[in-house]
Design a protein around this ligand. Structure first.
Ligand code: MHO
Length: 221
């Protein structure tokens, strides 16, 4: 479709999100892999990752915040398309993208927070296979997710916020739905340098954002 054929409002950008799988059609995965800004972008860039959010989990305290984390850990939570990703494949990305050999302080520890017994079994198998394959002990643990507390808005899609022209426009457009936007997840990943040229091109071709925003995206992503 040529750009001139697009409507002049932002319906196309919103339509990208309207096409995304409903939460009931996705599966959820929660991982601690160090500072949560990184994995939010890493996973957000990938096709088949429908939504991302960052938050605190893995502890027992109520209502943790960034400055009152208590015994919780920074985690990323993904909603993914189970026809594109298996949980085991996500775990391969987790192992390849954090230091699982070293115990970190609790805020940044490596932890796989299984949603249910099925995930827990797959994670334990993957953990054992990694240790067997490498001969190293694995500091990252497998636990069961009790509760996920979303982090403050300014931590969500953090990399995209380094492009305020873009992030502000999308926040205006989406309002409360910004964090859960698939488009925002992809752009956040691209802002951190993840994703391919083709992915960037395909996404930009469908976004109907104001020209200064598109220019900034083209210049910076
Ligand atoms: N302030 C630290 C970590 C932030 S992360 C949300 C940094 O800039 O690396 O804990």
């Amino acid at each position: 479709m040529s750009r001139s054929a697009l409507p002049t409002d932002q319906s196309t950008t919103l339509a990208r999100d309207a096409e995304a799988l409903e939460p009931a059609e996705t599966e959820t995965a929660t991982f601690g892999m160090g500072c949560f800004w990184g994995p939010d972008a890493l996973f957000g860039a990938k096709d088949g990752i429908v939504r991302t959010r960052v938050g605190y989990a893995g502890g027992t305290a109520n209502d943790p915040t960034y400055y009152a984390l208590s015994d919780h850990t920074e985690v990323v939570q993904l909603e993914y398309d189970p026809e594109i990703w298996t949980y085991a494949e996500l775990l391969d990305v987790v192992w390849a993208n954090h230091d699982w050999t070293t115990s970190q302080k609790r805020q940044y520890r490596g932890v796989i927070l299984a949603q249910d017994d099925t995930q827990r079994e797959i994670a334990e198998r993957s953990h054992t296979a990694l240790a067997d394959r490498t001969g190293q002990s694995v500091a990252t643990t497998v636990e069961t997710l009790e509760r996920f507390y979303p982090a403050e808005a300014y931590h969500q899609k953090y990399e995209l916020r380094t492009l305020p022209v873009v992030a502000d426009e999308l926040e205006d457009l989406y309002g409360d739905a910004f964090t859960a936007s698939t488009v925002a997840a992809r752009l956040n990943g691209f802002a951190a340098g993840y994703g391919t040229e083709d992915q960037r091109h395909d996404l930009l071709a469908t976004l109907d954002l104001p020209p200064p925003v598109i220019d900034e995206v083209r210049r910076r992503l």
